[in-house]
Ligand binder design. Structure first.
Ligand SMILES: *Cc1c(COP(=O)(O)O)cnc(C)c1O
Length: 458
């Protein structure tokens, strides 16, 4: 067969349903728990999220229809191309066939609009006029600002962690060009922000504080027309991302590949990994032999070193307890350049898949990741986001293993986003200013010791 670099799908071939892994888990999902250890009911979440998204959050339906209006907006960049990494394969001298799904072609440059669009749409359907969220490095804030602009009639407000707000002006400008309002967190606009500023006027801010501010603003709007939005971790976010893996499956079939041998994604909160891998976990549950690997930073080893426990999603303990792999909500991640992977927990669905043996995990140092990123951009041409380089590094490890074994394996990985707004990280790597961090075991233990007495999941 003639060499084919890119495999496209027609718009008519874009999936019409999302795939929900929950009903296919071997052990059922543990429910989120509220104060006193009681199960959180949909009504309890109603001030924070619209009921139509809460229904998806707790759904046990395997397939959920993608609304036609949502599909129309996803067509702005979807179906995304599947690309054969011929040049990378040649550089590695591997017999493996490497394919990647390029989610960097979305308007915001990552997979995040796959959930931002439906989230904004469902909120508007429910009569919501304003969405509030937090953002660390700015990927999620820009995706949601873009989505609100496309849906129309819905304001977007983003609390951006102060240190990023000051150091990364381009993401903030991106949000503003799409009409989003971006404020530095902690701010004077919420009680949570004012309290922190009174005590620590020079704080660099944190994701935990920004979440507290966003949730406070959402639940305290007296008109009841404001809600909060989250870009990862939750079940409905994983659901929306499964369009990625479903497309990849159709694209591989077009070049005669029935199934990949290995599927790889990087893991922060777990959403792009879930997106590429859950449709293949469905095959795995039904007997297919597929190895599925989540790649995380060595400095934030949620999958490889953290236990499966009940913990809060944020530092201020505003969120219910979620059953997930967690390093403890007090975990303060090392300042590595893959900002989107620095989260203390892991999506409950991904954590459950790990518990059920449906996937493996690897932790990789950032220097190996940047090295992999450089090899990738010098061979394949596209500059990956620092988060994405973790998936590339894991792919290179597997491709070299296939070379040693002399096996022609098919490896599929998710290219979660481009790195054109992360060039400072590359500059630091190339000028020798980046260091590897290993989170001290005793500090993880000290964080987890604070959770003694919390309920334990199944
Ligand atoms: C946010 C982000 C991630 C990490 O988030 P997940 O929910 O784990 O996918 C990874 N890659 C890119 C490009 C991101 O923007």
């Amino acid at each position: 067969m003639a060499r084919q670099k890119k495999i496209y799908l027609d718009e008519s071939e874009m999936p019409k349903q999302w795939y929900n892994l929950a009903p296919d888990l071997i052990t059922p999902l543990n429910p989120p728990l509220g104060p006193g250890g009681i199960s959180v009911t949909p009504e309890m979440l109603a001030p924070v999220f619209p009921m139509n998204l809460i229904e998806q959050e707790v759904s046990q339906e395997r397939w959920i229809d993608i609304p036609e209006e949502v599909r129309q907006i996803l067509f702005q960049w979807r179906p995304s191309p599947l690309i054969r990494a011929y040049e990378l394969e040649a550089a590695l001298g591997t017999p493996a066939k490497i394919y990647y799904k390029n989610e960097g072609v979305s308007p915001a440059g990552s997979h995040k609009p796959n959930t931002a669009i439906p989230q904004a749409w469902y909120n508007k359907q429910f009569g919501i006029k304003k969405l509030v969220t937090e953002t660390g490095a700015g990927q999620w804030g820009s995706a949601l600002s873009y989505a609100c602009a496309q849906i129309g009639g819905i304001e977007c407000k983003v609390y951006m962690v102060r240190v990023s707000f000051d150091q990364k002006p381009f993401r903030k400008i991106l949000m503003q060009t799409w009409g989003g309002k971006c404020v530095s967190s902690p701010s004077m606009e919420t009680q949570a922000g004012r309290d922190v500023l009174a005590e620590y006027p020079d704080t660099p801010g944190s994701l935990g504080i920004a979440i507290s501010e966003a949730v406070e603003e959402a639940v305290s709007d007296p008109t009841g027309k404001t809600r909060y939005a989250l870009g990862s971790v939750l079940n409905h976010v994983m659901l929306h991302q499964t369009i990625i893996g479903q497309e990849a499956k159709k694209q591989l079939a077009k070049v005669g590949i029935k199934k990949p041998d290995i599927v790889i994604g990087c893991c922060g909160g777990g959403s792009n990994f879930a997106g590429i891998s859950f449709p293949f976990m469905y095959d795995k549950v039904n007997g297919a032999d597929i190895q599925i690997i989540g790649a995380e930073p060595f400095s934030c080893p949620t999958l490889t070193k953290a236990p499966f426990i009940y913990d809060h999603g944020d530092v201020a303990k505003m969120t219910p307890l979620l059953a997930m792999n967690s390093l403890g909500h007090n975990f303060i991640p090392a300042p590595i350049h893959a900002g989107g992977l620095r989260y203390h927990g892991m999506a409950p669905l991904v954590s459950a898949a790990l518990r059920d043996g449906l996937m493996d995990a690897v932790a990789i140092h950032q220097s190996e990741c940047f090295e992999a990123g450089l090899l990738f951009l010098r061979t394949e041409g596209i500059i990956p986001a620092p988060e994405t380089t973790h998936a590339i590094a894991a792919t290179i490890r597997e491709a070299l293993k296939a070379k040693e074994e002399g096996k022609e394996k098919v490896i599929l990985f998710n290219f979660s986003g481009h790195g054109l707004m992360d060039l400072v990280g590359y500059d630091k790597y190339m000028t020798g200013q980046l260091h590897d961090y290993e989170y001290p075991e005793h500090e993880i233990e000290a964080n987890l010791a604070k959770l003694v007495g919390y309920p334990m999941p199944k």
